[in-house]
Design a protein around this ligand. Sequence first.
Ligand code: AMP
Ligand code: MG
Length: 486
Amino acid sequence: MSTATPSTVTFDGRFARELAEMAIPWQAAEVPEPRLLVLNEPLAAELGFDPAALRSPEGLHLLTGNRLPEGTTPVAQAYAGHQFGWFTPRLGDGRAVLLGEVADAAGRLRDIHLKGSGRTPFARGGDGLAAVGPMLREYIVSEAMHALGIPTTRSLAVVATGQPVYRETELPGAVLARVASSHLRVGSFQYARATGDVDLLRRLADHAITRHYPAAADADNPYLGLFEAVITAQASLVAKWMLVGFIHGVMNTDNMTISGETIDYGPCAFMEGFDPATVYSSIDEGGRYAYANQPVVAEWNLARLAEVLLPLIHEDQEQAVALAMESLGAFRPQYSANWSAGMVAKLGLQARDDAESSPVVDGVVTVLQQGRVDYTTFFRTLGVAARGTAEPVRSLFSDPAGFDAWAESWLALDPDAASMDRVNPVYIPRNHLVEEALSSAVGGDLGPFERLVEVVSAPYGERPGLERYAAAAPGSFGPYRTFCGT
Ligand code: AMP
Ligand code: MG
C-alpha cells in the first residue's frame, strides 16, 4: 500500500451522504497556530497517511480540520441519548466533526473525527472546545485499551490550538483526531426513531449492517440480526472491561457504540484495590456506572436499542417486542460465558474442564473482595505463584488465610503460568501515572506522557527499569476522582 500526503488522502462522505438527515455540514473552528503534541505513527501508516506529511504545516491543518482535501464533507453527527437514565432527544456532536471515512490498509472503512473542534449547532451551552489534559488522557487510555486487545476507538493525534479553554481555570486547548470503525451509537438509533421517520431508521440500520455486520443481511430477519450482533459485540466488550478492571464512567446510550468499540473516554479509570462498588466519576453520585454495574447497564442500554428498533423487527408491535426480548435474553449468558472464559485464562486453567475450574473461578472473586487487593498486581503476581513463589501475591493480603485456602485448590489444577502472563497485564494506565503525565504535559514537558504511552502500549511483557509503572499508587494518592472532559 502506498502512503500519501495529507492532500491526496481521500475522505469518503458515506455517512454524510447516506444519512443526510443526521449530518449537519460543518467546518472545524479556525486554529491559527496548531502545534502537534503527539502523533500515532503506526496508526497513521495503517490509515495510509505519511506520518512525516501529517507533521508538516499542511498535515496540522488537516488534523485540526482547517484545510481538507478537495471534496471532503465534514459534518456534525446527530444523536440522542439516555444520560444517567434521562432521555435527551437531541444531543449530537457539540464539539466534534466527522471528517469522513478512509479505507485502511486492510480495506476497512475507518472514521476520522475531530474532538474539540469548536461549537456546532449541537453545542447548546457548551463552548465546543477541549483542553489538552483530557485529550491526552483519551489518547493514553484508548491506546492502552487497544494494546490490551480491547476493541476501542483509537487516537491518531492531539494538536494544541494555542488558544485558552475556560473551565474552573484557564487551560490550554487541543483537538484530538479520533479514529473509529464508525461513530454509530445506540443514541444514533434513538435519534432516528425519535424523528418518527421509519425510512430514516431503516437506512441507518442498513448502513450499520453493511458497515459492521454484513452477515445480518442474510438473516431471516436482518434487523433482529443486527440487534443480536450488537448484543454479542457488547457482551464481549463489557466482559473484557470487567476482566481488566476498566470502569468507563459514563455509559450513557450516546456513549455506547453499535460496532462494539469502547468510545468517549471521559471520567474513566482502571480499578486498583478490588471493590465492585468502585466509581471514579465525580458526576456519578448514585454509582449508576460503578464497576460491578457495567454489565447491567449495558443490558439496559441494549433494551433501549431494542425499543427503537421495534418498527423494523416486526410490523406487529407485540410480536416485535417478543422477538426483541428473546434476543436480549442472550446478553446475560453470553456475557457470563465471555467473563468465565476470560477468568479461566487469567487463572491459567484453560486445560481444565468447567467442572474443575468453575469453583476456583467463583472463589477468586470472594478472595479479591475480601482482600481488596490491587486487581492488576494480584493476577500478575499470581503468575509468579503458579511458578512456585507464592510470597509476592500472599503479601498483598493483610490476612492471607482465605487466599491460602483458595490458592491450594487453584494450584492443585496446575495453572499454566506462561499463558497467564499473556493475558494478565503488568502495565495499565494507573491513575496516579496518568495524572503525573498530564500535569507535566500541560506544564510543557511531554516526556512523562510519551514514556507512559510507550509503557502501556506493550502491557504484557515485564521490562526491567519499569517497576514504578507496575506499582500501585503511593498511599498519599487518592481518593481518586475523574471529571468529564468538558
Ligand atoms: P460526553 O459527556 O462527552 O459524551 O458529551 C455529551 C454531550 O455533550 C455530547 O452531545 C457532546 O457533544 C456535548 N458536549 C460535551 N462537551 C461539550 C462542549 N465543551 N461544548 C459543546 N458540547 C459539548
Ligand atoms: Mg459522548
